[in-house]
Design a protein around this ligand. Structure first.
Ligand code: ADP
Ligand code: MG
Length: 746
């Protein structure tokens, strides 16, 4: 038996302990009773078995008695037969006596009285008497023969009777023997059965007696236990009644406790909800503060950031052995890049320079804050600018095993919006557009050749929209890959040579992030425009004709317009010429207001690309150098009015008629380009000269790029140059058109 030892710590538990001991005693008593009842049951079973055996013996006795009775009946029958046989014997004896009498009589000489009468023979009377006597004689004779026959039959019967009587006697003797034997057996059997019965009864009686004795003893023990258990039972009953009362009171107590708890909960809920309100208010205030800080930070950093990435020398370009020396980096300052051009070392300072070994991840880390600001409702534009082959597509799209900004940005958006759940619910949609020859193509639509238009929203909000532009909601990387594949396929089907075509068109991935906060009812909508611009390289006069010329004009126009827009925005001009190209018109709402722009200028390290690299870097520096703020803006406007101080002097120089240059401070770029002085490389010097950017005029003038009287310049410098294509392609038909000068627009 298992003994449970429990520690009872409070009064209720103590009473439970008493209950427990009583219950255990009761349990012992019950187990003893159970044991006894089992014994009694076993004895009863034994008794039943014995009874059954007795009944069986009685049945056998009855069967034997029946056999005896049957045999007695047979004996009675046989006695009757015997009696009948004796009767027959008497009859036979009588018959025999009769026969003997007959045979004696027959042995006696016939006493026939022959009466001789003389009669007249011829007497009719005598004749009649004779005939009658003869007939009488005849009848007597016949009677005699019948009697004889009867006698013989009786004799035969007698013989048979004798035979059967002897047989019957024998049978009777046999039966009698059998009967005696059976009776002997029966008696012996009955004797043994009687003995067995007596023995069994005696045994059963003895066993029952001993068992009864044990039962009595047990019963006495149980009685004793009962006597001891009774007080415990009384205590138990008392406790039970007490508990019962408690249980009866429990619902009231529970109800009371629940009511109190409810009141407390209501109070706490009220407190929590007021705290929540307070928190929400604080959260909103913090959000606004954060947004303000962010804006301030962005304002301090500049809404337009310009980064540069130099691609590595690819396999197959190794014959250009001196490429390594063309582009060098400052180990102490990651915002500076040196370019060796015709023996001169030019210095360019940007927001950040990525060297050739920079990974896709490193590049993305620099832009990811812009990407996530989309979630807060900001509009963002990221442009990849540079000549064909400088790595624009690699930076934006990347390769499957190492994706670029496009895919990483969407992945980041997915993870960022999932972190904001469940308060915020976001929907991310993407569109892909190509701008080729100033026409807009829907790259995710059913018909990629269909031209799209940009329209003003009819709701009067001043927002633009593109009717028919396909948008896909994306939720996973698989969705993105499907969308990209579709866009690439459509772009490829719309042209004969994709590489060629892609370098002559702008590819835009437009990501819209719309959020809704269910607890505050707050909504946000941000747009991320990821733009792989067309190649910015200049085309030689001889190379530009026909469709190629048209492409070049369009690219020049759109890149010029982009430059103009950026310039106007940074200078906070009242008029921003968004409508001058499809690209700027489409991106109007993502370039204006508190939206953010990042320009990734791609540079090739090859010597053969140096002149294009110079143009790209100048472009980059000019974009970055445009100062922000009303004072600078007004100053710039004042300068613009003199048509000389904007970063468009290259164009001015290139275009005809030339504009008289205004002397400006010599930029660090120019001083660096003039000589590889160690002082010019120090970061402090560079930082100081940074505010004096847009003054490459003297370098440019001395540079062969722009020193040919403005006949070159091309798309690269288009935004700042405000040039006309005729300036570089030399086609007479275009030359006649009026040159657009950025300085004039400004
Ligand atoms: P673009 O789009 O400006 O014409 P691409 O992106 O097509 O130039 O790049 C031209 C080649 O240079 C491609 O083969 C590309 O894989 C390679 N490339 C560009 N940038 C890098 C880089 N950072 N690392 C490795 N390969 C690069
Ligand atoms: Mg490309």
């Amino acid at each position: 038996m298992t003994i449970l030892i429990l520690e009872w710590s409070n009064p209720l538990n103590k009473s439970c302990a008493i209950h427990f001991s009583c219950v255990s005693q009761l349990f012992i008593f019950c187990s003893v009773m159970l044991h006894l009842s089992q014994d009694v049951e076993a004895l009863r079973g034994e008794l039943c078995r014995k009874d059954e055996e007795c009944r069986e013996q009685e049945r056998r006795l009855a069967a034997l008695e029946q056999q005896v009775q049957e045999r007695t009946g047979v004996i009675v029958q046989l006695q009757q037969q015997l009696e009948e046989a004796a009767q027959r014997r008497q009859e036979l004896q009588l018959l025999r006596d009769g026969e003997e009498t007959l045979s004696r009589q027959a042995a006696l000489p016939l006493q026939v009285k022959y009466v001789t009468k003389t009669v007249e023979v011829e007497s009719a009377q005598s004749k009649q008497a004779l005939i009658e006597a003869q007939a009488h004689n005849q009848a007597l004779q016949e009677q005699l023969s019948v009697q004889r026959q009867l006698l013989r039959e009786l004799e035969q019967q007698l013989h048979e009777s004798q035979r059967s009587s002897s047989q019957l006697r024998q049978q009777i003797l046999v039966y009698e023997g059998e009967m005696e034997r059976a009776q002997g057996q029966l008696e012996a059997e009955m004797q043994s059965l009687e003995e067995e019965k007596n023995r069994v009864i005696e045994e059963a009686f003895i066993r029952a007696e001993s068992e009864m004795k044990a039962v009595h003893e047990n019963l006495a023990g149980v009685r004793m236990n009962l006597l001891t258990l009774q007080p415990a039972l009384r205590t138990l009953t008392c406790d039970y009644n007490c508990l019962k009362r408690q249980v009866q009171d429990f619902p009231y107590m529970l109800e009371k406790a629940i009511t109190e708890a409810k009141q407390e909960i209501c109070q706490v809920i009220g407190e929590v909800s007021s705290a929540n309100q307070e928190l929400l208010r604080k959260y909103k205030r913090e959000m606004n503060l954060r947004k303000k800080c962010h804006n301030e930070l962005v304002r301090l950093k500049g809404n337009i950031r310009v980064l540069c990435r130099v691609r590595p020398v690819c396999a197959g370009e190794t014959d250009a052995a001196d490429t390594k020396n063309k582009v060098t980096f400052d180990p102490d300052d990651d915002a500076v890049l040196y370019l060796s051009n015709k023996g001169k070392l030019m210095t360019f300072e940007l927001d950040k320079v990525f060297p050739t070994q920079a990974t896709q991840e490193e590049v993305f880390q620099e832009v990811q804050s812009l990407v996530t600001s989309c979630i807060d409702g900001f509009n963002v534009c990221i442009f990849a600018y540079g000549q064909t082959g400088s790595g624009k597509t690699y930076t934006m799209e990347g390769v499957p095993e190492d994706p670029g900004i496009n895919q990483r940005a969407l992945r980041l958006l997915f993870s960022a919006v999932s972190e904001k759940k469940p308060d915020w619910d976001y929907k991310i949609t993407v569109s892909m557009v190509e701008i080729y020859n100033e026409t807009l193509r829907n790259l995710l639509g059913d018909n990629p050749n269909e031209k799209l238009d940009i329209k003003m929203c009819p709701d009067g909000s001043g927002q633009l929209y593109v009717p028919g532009l396909t948008e896909f909601t994306v939720e996973s990387v698989e969705d993105i890959n499907k969308v990209f594949d579709l866009g690439h396929m459509n772009r490829a089907t719309a042209c004969t040579n994709l590489n060629e075509h892609s370098s002559r068109s702008h590819a835009l991935l437009i990501v819209t992030v719309a959020g809704f906060n269910s607890s505050t009812g707050h909504r946000t909508s941000g747009k991320l425009n990821l733009v792989d611009l067309a190649g910015s390289e200049r085309i030689t006069k001889s190379g530009a004709e026909g469709s190629r010329l048209r492409e070049a004009q369009c690219i020049n126009k759109s890149l010029s317009a982009l430059g103009d827009v950026i310039n106007a925005l940074r200078s906070k001009h009242s008029h921003v010429p968004f409508r001058n190209s499809r690209l700027t018109y489409l991106l109007q709402d993502s370039l204006s207001g508190d939206s953010k722009t990042l320009m990734m200028v791609q540079v090739s390290p090859l010597e053969s690309n140096v002149s294009e690299s110079v143009c790209s870097l100048k472009f980059a520096q000019r974009v970055r150098s445009v100062e922000i703020g009303p004072s600078s803006s007004s100053r710039r406007q004042a300068e613009s009015s003199s048509t000389s101080s904007s970063p468009t002097h290259d164009g001015v120089e290139l275009d005809s008629p030339p504009v008289t240059p205004v002397p400006l401070p010599i930029s660090r770029a120019s001083s660096a380009s003039s000589a590889l002085s160690s002082t010019s490389k120090t970061p402090t010097t560079r930082r100081r000269s940074h505010s004096q950017l847009s003054t490459d005029r003297q370098v440019d003038r001395s540079s062969p790029l722009v020193g040919d009287g403005g006949q070159v310049g091309g798309v690269l410098c288009g935004w700042s140059l405000g040039m006309n294509c005729s300036a570089w392609h030399g086609a007479p038909s275009v030359t006649s058109s009026t040159p657009i000068h950025l300085t004039q627009r400004l």
